[in-house]
Design a protein around this ligand. Structure first.
Ligand code: HXC
Length: 511
């Protein structure tokens, strides 16, 4: 028996070598870890249970039946725990045919996707792969189709996370594109549908891999990636942090962690956060950090559409999603990018029972031909639609401006906001005083005294929270120093909120 057990260990040791020591060394020389090293860092120590370690490809074309078949076939799959909670994980092994996807490789992934869905646990893919295994042709394409189909079925049921850790092309970017979050490692990872050589052939454009699909492009311009990290280690540790914010599935509440931060904590520095001059910016992140437990904020899409901020925090140990206009950038205006960014986040929170706290300081939608031609109407409607359909607890605080359509959009009472607060500095109106007076008192425009008087009248009447509060659109005007306490109490009240939308197959959000 002893030699049989030894035989197993030998087979395992050989499988663990993947494409061989030379390719492992090359992987390390590029600053990348191997698939198994990555999994070990992602999961709790010793918790990984591997599946299908001995699977090999079945391809006989292009001499594939002649060479040695590598056990595992370019992907390591299995499950383990992150801080004690079950997670399914697959990691592409770049040392085996560049991590490319064969028919059997696809079957390993789809088996894992099916298990994750059946067992209602998140699934994380670690990508470092060159797309379809070219030698397998349509068998590989079929394999991707099966993976994509499961991505879609799992969407909104279990969290799906993709971490891009090497050059990824073809199907290895389309599958991540259908997951909830994509993260990238700077300088070693790229995402493109077709690589620089194909681009050169087809469009005669000369472009480097970094310029075409590096983290710097996808975290800023394209917004494909939610964040970039400096190396594999940092990226994997941040994935552990993210998972701690998320529920395992859409039928579970987010996990609750003990917090040492007093929910009743008052913060008097907030009483002077809003500058006297209404056109002067201030950093809304300061407010976010002062509301959430221990200032622990997991920001997403930080480098894209900086005029709106999204991310996870906790209050009384429970996850919340935060959406906040950022007056520091473009005065916090809603434009195409900001609307799309926030809309997707609101929908994620709504899928996974995460209450949404919205901090409002918005001068309106961004005017201009660039925005209108780009479809601001449709993209702005995405955010409106997302808030209106969301049934999770919604707590809103207007700190300063809430003008025009943007007032309605930003989780207003009219879109079933549950608890809507305002600071005394709030200004809730169709538009700012200057624009309003120039329209409704156009006849007085030549008379500076009259205009000044009209402006003052408008400011006194509308640029406060009280007109909205008189109508019940604002539930309470609160002191800035009590914000954390008031939001915590509202969230506690809403813990057992029940609200259902009418039955439908699915909605028709303006895509
Ligand atoms: C088979 C592949 C492969 C692939 C890489 N390899 N990609 N083998 N099929 N798709 C192998 C290489 O032959 C090499 O083998 C090893 O992996 C490492 O590749 P290198 O090219 O040496 O590495 P690097 O220079 O870092 O470049 C990585 C790469 C490049 C950018 C990923 O290999 C590449 O462009 N590959 C092709 C990408 C592609 O066009 N895929 C098809 C997309 S279509 P050895 O033996 O030397 O180690 C697709 C269809 C689905 O995916 C689309 C659905 C929507």
């Amino acid at each position: 028996m002893k030699h049989i057990v030894e035989g197993l260990e030998n087979r395992r040791a050989s499988a663990r070598l993947g494409g061989g020591q030379k390719r492992i060394d090359a992987q390390h020389a590029r600053g990348k870890l191997t698939a198994r090293e990555r999994i070990d860092l992602l999961l709790d120590q010793g918790s990984f249970e591997e599946f299908d370690m001995f699977v090999t490809h079945r391809c006989a074309d292009f001499g594939m039946d002649q060479g040695e078949k590598t056990s595992g076939d370019g992907v390591v799959t299995g499950w383990g725990t992150v801080n004690g909670r079950a997670i399914f994980v697959f990691a592409k092994d770049f040392t085996v045919f560049g991590g490319s996807l064969s028919e059997t490789h696809a079957q390993k992934i789809t088996k894992l996707q099916d298990m994750a869905l059946k067992n209602r646990a998140p699934i994380i893919g670690l990508f470092d792969a060159g797309g379809a295994r070219i030698q397998e042709g349509v068998a590989a394409l079929g394999g991707y189709g099966e993976v994509f189909q499961r991505n879609v079925l799992a969407s909104g049921v279990i969290p799906q996370i993709s971490l891009i850790m090497g050059p990824c092309a073809g199907g290895d970017v389309y599958s991540p594109a259908m997951t909830d979050f994509i993260f990238m490692v700077r300088d070693t990872s790229y995402m493109f549908v077709t690589g620089p050589e194909v681009v050169k052939t087809v469009t005669n454009e000369t472009v480097t891999a970094e310029e075409l699909g590096g983290a710097s492009v996808h975290t800023t311009k394209s917004s494909i990636a939610d964040r970039g990290y400096d190396n594999d280690l940092e990226a994997l540790l941040q994935m552990r942090r993210l998972i701690d914010f998320l529920p395992s599935s859409n039928t579970e509440e987010p996990p609750e962690w003990s917090s040492f931060d007093d929910a009743e904590r008052l913060d008097y520095s907030l009483d002077t956060l809003i500058p006297d001059n209404p056109n002067k910016p201030y950093d809304i992140k300061e407010l976010i950090h002062k509301i959430i437990d221990e200032g622990d904020f997991f920001e997403l899409q930080e480098a894209h559409a900086k005029n709106i901020i999204i991310g996870f925090g906790r209050v009384e140990g429970r996850t919340i999603g935060i959406v906040a206009n950022q007056p520091m950038v473009l005065a916090g205006v809603l434009d195409i990018d900001a609307s799309k960014k926030a809309a997707r986040f609101v929908r994620f929170c709504d899928c996974f029972n995460i209450p949404i706290v919205t901090l409002v300081d918005v001068p309106g939608f961004l005017p201009g031909t660039a925005q209108e031609y780009g479809g601001l109407i449709k993209h702005g409607a995405k955010l409106l639609f997302a808030y209106a359909e969301a049934t999770v607890p919604k707590v809103t605080l207007i700190t300063r401006k809430a003008f025009g359509g943007a007032y309605d959009v930003m989780s207003s009472k009219h879109l079933r906001g549950d608890v809507n607060y305002a600071w005394p500095s709030a200004q809730i109106a169709v538009m700012g005083a200057k624009g309003a007076v120039e329209i409704i008192f156009r006849a007085d425009i030549g008379d500076a005294d009259k205009i000044a008087q009209r402006t003052k009248e408008y400011e006194d009447r509308f640029l406060s929270p009280f007109v909205a509060a008189e109508r019940g659109y604002i539930d309470e005007v609160i002191s800035p120093n009590s914000t954390r306490k008031r939001i915590a109490r509202a969230l506690a009240l809403l813990r057992h909120k029940e609200l259902e939308n009418p039955w439908k197959k699915h909605d028709n959000i303006p895509l």
